[in-house]
Design a protein around this ligand. Structure first.
Ligand code: N01
Length: 543
């Protein structure tokens, strides 16, 4: 053990643990399982009263994962893999939450989770090389290692419009959807702000019961149909018989999805063949349409071909010419902002009760007591839903007041953008590790693969430290500068910086505009992590 662990409350009210994990979402639960399995005294602090992270909070109608069920699952237990039965190709939020709860029960994880424990402050104590952590209600903890599992898209971002508070109807945020009651839209006039994945997923479902739905669109998004379907027993049997090979493929793909990008470059094939490949990918791969060819996000002309194809496809799904003009994206290339995978989004606009308010052409002027006024119309509403996205990648990490050596605040250190080594640690903050942090593949990957790769690496790292009797470890400044530059360099090889997006801070006015996720791919990332470990954990100072 690196520090004495006393699970009884001490006289000063401080509870000591060896590893303190913050967040009980998919990452936090996997971290708890991994550290505990290697004998580390581990405790998870979770702000809410349930496990599940974003899948616990995003309970809006239509919420669904756009990674296939079998691939959006843990690989650490062969028994779990075999016993869990997914019902649909793309799992719904309730099904994912059931899965997460099943995992928490099956591996007795809840006994090491403190619920309703929102971390307010974490301070590194240099004298003891430990972290002191305070939660909102005053409970205090001391740990040797602080592991942040706070998610990338979990700090909701709300718009600010004049008169917003005067709206007398109901307001709901997609990312903090009411848990304790269903929301009945029957007979209601509903306004949905935002047309990212959340807005696009909920629109067709809410339209089925609401009297009227107005979708307030600022930026038209690209979307590919989900091609969802129930999973039959034969498919289930086949996947489970070949799970190891499937996982292997995922880990060796650039994105952690269950298929590799095409090998030939987009423009190296005749137009007819390209069209057929796009068509197949469009109907089968969902989000993976971007992998139909390897250079879609690298080369402008290749991207033009994919973008034109998708614009045509979206256009074909919208019969009204005026609506088509508004719904087909015209200000960014496909894939440079996170595309959606939808189930009937465009078709919903052919319903009499669904209306599109193009707020880029006709901006919102103010909210009123009974709706929203744009510069051309007063939309009367009973309910306003904010599906307006997140302060992505850094928002959740910078919410608590995290102070490293010499009282250095992480918020100050990252004021110009996140600085990390591999996205997992930052200098000045010893013994702090981040799962899914900026600088790691995170939102550019199937997060399940990234989470497991990182957690396994962290566990091996801490085992190594334990064997060597090392109690303090810190990223070097040189390593974080080199990695951060490398992340930017990889991004410059792509088209990602040609649009404002939550990948590059463009989602929030005033946020530093730097590319945050690692675009070099899951497989490269794993190799680099492994090489660092093999070479004695390069980039980390072990004290
Ligand atoms: O958020 P977003 P999301 N007034 O940031 C608009 C994951 N996810 O919750 O683009 C009016 O994509 C904003 O407009 P603009 C997934 O990674 C996964 O939909 O800034 N509108 C945009 O249209 C996804 O990508 C699943 O011009 C405003 C929208 O709000 C990510 O979460 C399901 C506005 C925000 O879109 C985020 O998706 C759901 C304003 N002031 C989500 N400010 C899965 O299936 C912003 N907007 C796994």
């Amino acid at each position: 053990m690196l520090i004495t662990v006393d699970r009884r409350d001490r006289e000063d009210g401080m509870r000591d643990v060896e590893v303190l994990v913050v967040g009980a979402g998919l990452a936090g639960l996997r971290a708890l399982y991994g550290f505990r399995a290697e004998g580390f005294e581990t405790l998870v602090l979770e702000a809410s009263d349930e496990v599940g992270g974003v899948w616990n909070h995003n309970r809006y109608p239509g919420a669904r994962c756009d990674v296939e069920s079998y691939d959006y699952s843990y690989s650490f237990s062969k028994e779990l893999e075999q016993e869990w039965r997914w019902t649909e190709r793309y799992p719904t939020q309730p099904e994912i939450l059931r899965y997460i709860n099943h995992v928490a029960d099956r591996f007795a994880l809840r006994q090491d989770i403190e619920f309703q424990a929102r971390v307010d402050v974490a301070r590194f104590d240099e004298a003891t090389a430990t972290w002191e952590v305070e939660v909102q209600d005053g409970r205090r903890f001391r740990c040797r290692f602080l592991v942040l599992c706070l998610g990338q898209l979990s700090a909701p971002k709300l718009p600010h419009y004049p008169g917003q508070d005067s709206f007398a109807g109901e307001t709901i945020v997609s990312a903090t959807w009411p848990k304790d009651r269903g929301v009945d839209f029957t007979g209601k006039r509903v306004g949905i702000l935002g047309t990212g994945s959340s807005g696009m997923q909920m629109t067709p479902v809410i339209a089925q019961t609401a009297a009227h739905v107005t979708v307030f669109q600022r930026t038209a998004n690209y979307s590919v149909p989900a091609a969802n379907a129930p999973l039959d027993d034969e498919e289930d049997r086949q996947v489970k018989a070949n799970y190891a090979a499937r996982r292997d493929l995922m880990r060796n793909s650039p994105t952690g999805l269950g298929f590799l990008p095409g090998k030939t470059k987009t423009l190296d094939v005749p137009e007819e063949e390209r069209e057929a490949v796009f068509e197949k990918a469009y109907h089968r791969l969902g989000f993976g349409f971007a992998l139909a060819y390897p250079d879609i996000l690298l080369d402008e002309k290749a991207n033009d071909a994919a973008t034109e194809f998708l614009k045509r496809k979206i256009g074909e799904r919208v019969s009204d010419p005026d609506l088509r003009r508004k719904l087909v994206p015209d200000n960014h290339r496909f894939g440079t902002r996170r595309p959606s995978v939808d189930s009937g989004y465009y078709e919903a606009f052919s319903r009499d009760n669904v209306e599109l308010a193009d707020i880029r052409a006709h901006p919102i002027v103010s909210f009123t007591q009974d709706g929203i006024i744009t510069d051309i119309k007063h939309h009367e509403l009973d309910v306003v839903i904010y599906a307006t996205g997140f302060d992505a990648l850094t928002g959740s990490i910078l919410k608590p007041d995290i102070r490293g050596r010499g009282g250095l605040r992480l918020r100050d250190k990252w004021a110009g953008g996140p600085l990390t080594h591999f996205g997992i640690g930052t200098s000045g903050f010893p013994n702090m590790l981040i799962v899914g942090g900026p600088g790691s593949p995170s939102v550019l990957s199937n997060v399940m693969v990234s989470i497991e790769e990182q957690v396994d690496w962290f566990v091996a790292f801490l085992c190594h430290l334990r064997e060597c009797g090392v109690g303090e470890v810190e990223v070097t400044e040189a390593a974080e500068q080199e990695w951060t530059a490398h992340v930017q360099e990889r991004a410059r090889e792509t088209l990602y910086m040609t649009a404002d997006s939550f990948y590059n801070g463009g989602e929030l006015p005033g946020k530093p505009r730097v590319f945050m996720p690692y675009s070099g791919g899951v497989r490269n990332y794993r190799r680099l992590l492994q090489a660092a470990a093999t070479n004695g954990y390069t980039g980390f100072e072990l004290r």
